[in-house]
Every structure is written in C-alpha cells, then in structure tokens.
Design a protein around this ligand. Structure first.
Ligand code: DQA
Length: 148
C-alpha cells in the first residue's frame, strides 16, 4: 500500500504558526507521525507540502498512474474555497481523507465550510498531531476495502 500525504499553504510554518490553534509540532513531526503509522502497517508514505495550488493539483493527477492507493490531504485554507482542488480530488478513484489539525467546525465562519469535503471519503479534524496516524489508519482501511 502506498499513501500520498499532501499539505497545502502555510503548513510549512507549523511549530511556530499560532501554537494555540495548531500546536507546537512541526511539519516534520506530523509527517513522521503519519509515516510511523504507515510503516507499522507495512505501507509506504509519500509526502508533499506546497504553497502553490497548481503543484498540489499536478501531484494529485500523478496519483492516477503512479500506484498510489490512498490520499490524505490537509489543504490548509484551500479547503475553504478551491474548486480546482475539489475537481482534482473528484478525478481520483482511490480513497481520500480530509485532515485538519484544528477543529475547523468550531472556528471562524470561513473555516466551517469545506468545498473539498464532498470529494473526500471522510474527514478528521481537531486532534492536532494525533490526527495524522488516525488518517493513515482510515486511509488504509478504506483502501483495503476497495475491490482489486
Ligand atoms: C488547517 C485549517 C485551515 O482552516 C487553515 O487555513 C489551515 C490549517 C488545519 O490543519 O487545522 O491552514 O487546515
């Protein structure tokens, strides 16, 4: 099994970005938490963080042919308005897990809408770094259920 973990804008700044909301774990820390869970299950985890929407979309397109079995995406603020990202996710037949560190449902009004949620199988939000292994477990469980 091969999972793509994709991070969108400003998540490169984790660790020092508003720790009261996002915690003190760095991007490397949360990726490592996901990778450890994947490896424990015998799966591989690829990771990309980008500030550029087009790069994220190009990477999602690549999963159509590169053997990726599931996608986990923390799209940052793109979550709330990027129909281009939503369209790219809709193109994929593999399981897709939407992930957020913070509880987006309990935040500013603009955060409570996710335009990518309808293109994903489910979402995990509000558990900080602990959400990453949970997302890996969800992605692997959904991928294992898919018909070969
Ligand atoms: C976030 C939530 C988004 O609303 C915000 O724009 C982010 C981070 C999260 O992980 O909690 O950049 O995706």
């Amino acid at each position: 099994m091969r999972i793509l973990l994709l991070h969108g804008p400003n998540l490169s700044q984790l660790g020092s970005r508003d720790p009261a909301v996002y915690g003190t774990a760095t991007l490397d820390d949360v990726v490592e938490a996901a990778r450890a869970q994947a490896q424990a299950a015998g799966a591989d985890l690829d990771h990309l963080q980008t500030e550029h929407e087009g790069d994220a979309i190009t990477r999602l397109h690549a999963t159509r042919t590169d053997g990726t079995d599931a996608v986990i995406i923390n799209a940052g603020a793109w979550t709330h308005y990027s129909y281009a990202l939503r369209d790219a996710l809709e193109l994929l037949s593999v399981p897709k897990v939407e992930l957020h560190l913070s509880n987006v449902h309990a935040r500013e009004a603009f955060c409570t809408t996710s335009v990518i949620a309808p293109a994903c199988d489910g979402s995990i939000a509000g558990f900080g770094k602990a959400g990453y292994p949970l997302a890996v477990q969800a992605a692997l469980a959904l991928a294992a259920e898919r018909p070969a």
